[in-house]
Unconditional design. Structure first.
Length: 349
């Protein structure tokens, strides 16, 4: 009984350390960024106050923060899921673009369908576009031919070219002259928004994906088998776990989740397919999943944090005259602090 109680206390303390660790990293990064602001002759306190006032302290700003958070949640899950079996999916950006591309194909080809049929169709197509784009690297890795790191990274550069080919060609809208884009989606192909803001149903998709991810990896037999593959593939193989099948299917599901992010962007935000669809959501999602260490709660927390950082870039550019690139410095500081902490822990052990 005493041993069980002690184990439970250790588990509770370990769970408590997670938010404390995230908080400490964030505060350290804010401190370092404040020093940079002071050197540049700007007031960090004013900058942080403006960021809070126009995001969390403002209804419209908070809604825009949730809009930016939506694709980050999805691309982070797309990275975290393969991590469980020891695969590194760097291709969230390309999978997002392919999801947007196939969803656009459905929206343009079946524009006569009513919304109750068209929206599920383009969501399924968006998932399929990302799934196919990620299944190929999963298959190549399962066959032992090409590392998924290399293949997913390279495919990130192919997907936007496919999108550009269609936008500059068959899908080019007659209304666009200097800025090529596809024709606008019909209203039935637009995801619903809430409370007269740009917050859309894609946020519900994203939160549902995080919940399913948590249930899958923490509360199911498949999650146990995935952890076995990630921990010791040879032992898992000897126990009869179908590693080949897991590699292909898990990568396909992960790509499909990233594809949903692309579908949501074209359906809810842009209303059409454009070339500059993503400001790097796939790469930021990779960073989020890595910092969260695959934790579902950590993914939500870090997605909110990076959405806040992204919003801060626009705000500080207007109120403080700080270049938007400065927020990339804050993201880099968070990464460097985490890397430094891990290196220090390895050295001490």
């Amino acid at each position: 009984m005493r041993a069980d109680r002690s184990a439970a206390m250790r588990h509770a303390l370990a769970r408590t350390r997670v938010p404390l660790r995230y908080g400490a990293v964030f505060l350290a990064a804010l401190g370092a960024f404040a020093l940079v602001m002071l050197i540049a002759g700007k007031s960090p306190l004013t900058a942080y106050a403006d960021t809070f006032r126009y995001t969390i302290g403002n209804a419209y700003g908070f809604s825009e923060l949730l809009v930016r958070m939506t694709p980050l949640l999805l691309t982070a899950v797309a990275v975290a899921l393969p991590m469980r079996i020891g695969l590194i999916n760097v291709g969230g950006e390309g999978q997002l673009y392919m999801g947007a591309w196939l969803a656009t194909a459905g929206a343009l080809a079946f524009s006569d369908l009513p919304a109750p049929l068209l929206l599920p169709l383009i969501a399924a197509l968006g998932f399929a576009g990302g799934a196919v784009w990620a299944a190929l690297p999963g298959l190549l890795r399962a066959l032992g031919l090409v590392s998924e790191i290399i293949s997913t990274l390279l495919l990130n550069y192919v997907a936007p070219l496919i999108v550009q080919y269609f936008i500059f060609g068959a899908w080019r809208s007659s209304e666009s002259s200097s800025y090529p884009q596809s024709p606008a989606f019909v209203e039935a192909a637009r995801l619903p928004t809430f409370f007269n803001t740009r917050v859309h149903a894609g946020l519900l998709y994203a939160l549902a994906c995080v919940l399913v991810y948590w249930l899958l990896v923490e509360r199911s037999r498949w999650g146990l088998e995935m952890r076995a593959i990630g921990g010791n593939p040879e032992a898992a193989r000897r126990l009869g776990v179908p590693i080949f099948r897991y590699m292909v299917i898990v990568m396909a599901i992960a790509g499909g989740v990233a594809g949903l992010a692309g579908m949501a962007e074209v359906s809810a935000i842009q209303g059409r397919l454009v070339t500059e669809l993503s400001p790097g959501y796939g790469f930021i999602g990779f960073l989020i999943a890595w910092l969260a260490r695959g934790s579902a709660a950590g993914i939500v927390l870090m997605s909110f944090l990076f959405a806040e950082i992204s919003s801060a870039g626009d705000i500080l550019q207007i109120t403080q005259g700080v270049p938007y690139a400065a927020v990339n410095m804050l993201s880099a500081l968070i990464l460097l602090i985490v890397l430094g902490r891990q290196q220090a822990l390895r050295a001490s052990s």
